[in-house]
Design a protein around this ligand. Structure first.
Ligand SMILES: Nc1ncnc2c1ncn2[C@@H]1O[C@H](COP(=O)(O)OP(=O)(O)OP(=O)(O)O)[C@@H](O)[C@H]1O
Length: 262
């Protein structure tokens, strides 16, 4: 893991079956340090299923997945998950925690606050710094149950960054954000990628407008198979995206940002 091109995530020949259905088939994907991947495909293509494998949430049925040098199935998955930042829009928090408390759960990678655990002054400082970076350091800090979707998304990104993960997985982080909040989030992601050049990210999105400028690679997934994968400019072409979505789509790339029209 010392070389500049160190592999952070290696998915080789992976099939994933559930309830007799083949949800992913023959998936190969290699993500290296400092690369920022977009994972794109139609509804039901298997994006979240693949992200769950990358996040050590599930095991492959066949093939191998290496995350941060460890092979799934031969490692304590819970321990491995502690090194991965996973921003999941279906975060299953039950308690009405404050923004800062939620961000602090990122230290242990737990959902709820760990009983009898007191964060150190450094951990408090880091939580506050990340809240500021993500724009959720408002004086009247809202609680989880009353937070807007945008506030939840930003809080969960701050939480994921608490332990400076070498791999950050983002499942539709712009969902529910208004246009200004989305643009702020994209700028923040671009900025974070400059501040932490070694971190690798994989981001699932439905909308090309939601791709940060710093996106380096993309994978198009269709019906559980990789249709194209590689440098973003090679993959996000009108021809390939139209084939992926089975619909004529025109892709544009201007000033570093992507857009699509049908
Ligand atoms: N545990 C499971 N058991 C059976 N089928 C499942 C399971 N989890 C997901 N699926 C199915 O696998 C397919 C892929 O689901 P997945 O959530 O990965 O797709 P996606 O590309 O993320 O979709 P979307 O864009 O709609 O979020 C879907 O048809 C879904 O119904």
């Amino acid at each position: 893991m010392n070389q500049p091109d160190a592999v952070v995530l290696g998915v080789d020949g992976v099939d994933f079956e559930r309830e007799g259905r083949l949800l992913l088939s023959g998936i190969d994907l290699t993500v290296r340090r400092g690369e920022h991947w977009a994972l794109i495909g139609p509804n039901g293509a298997g994006k979240t299923t693949l992200l769950n494998l990358c996040g050590a949430v599930t095991h492959p049925t066949r093939g191998t997945v290496h995350v941060l040098g460890k092979q799934l199935g031969r490692v304590d998955m819970r321990e491995l998950r502690g090194h991965i930042g996973y921003v999941n829009p279906r975060h299953p928090l039950q308690s009405d925690l404050t923004v800062e408390q939620i961000v602090l759960t990122g230290v242990a990678g737990s959902i709820e606050l760990v009983p009898r655990w007191n964060p150190s002054p450094e951990e408090h400082d880091r939580a506050r710094l990340l809240m500021k970076t993500l724009g959720v350091d408002v004086p009247t800090s809202p609680h989880w149950l009353t937070m807007s979707q945008g506030e939840r998304g930003r809080t969960l990104i701050a939480r994921a960054l608490m332990h400076e993960p070498p791999l950050l997985l983002l499942d539709e982080p712009s969902t529910g954000l208004d246009v200004a909040a989305r643009e702020q989030l994209l700028s923040t992601l671009d900025e974070l990628r400059i501040q932490h050049p070694e971190t690798a990210t994989v981001m699932v999105t439905h909308h090309f407008e939601e791709l940060p400028r710093s996106t380096t690679h993309a994978v198009l997934l269709r019906a559980g198979r990789v249709l194209a994968s590689g440098p973003v400019g090679d993959v996000l072409t009108s021809k390939r995206v139209s084939e992926c979505f089975d619909h004529p789509i025109r892709i544009r790339h201007r000033d570093g940002r992507w857009s699509a029209t049908a």
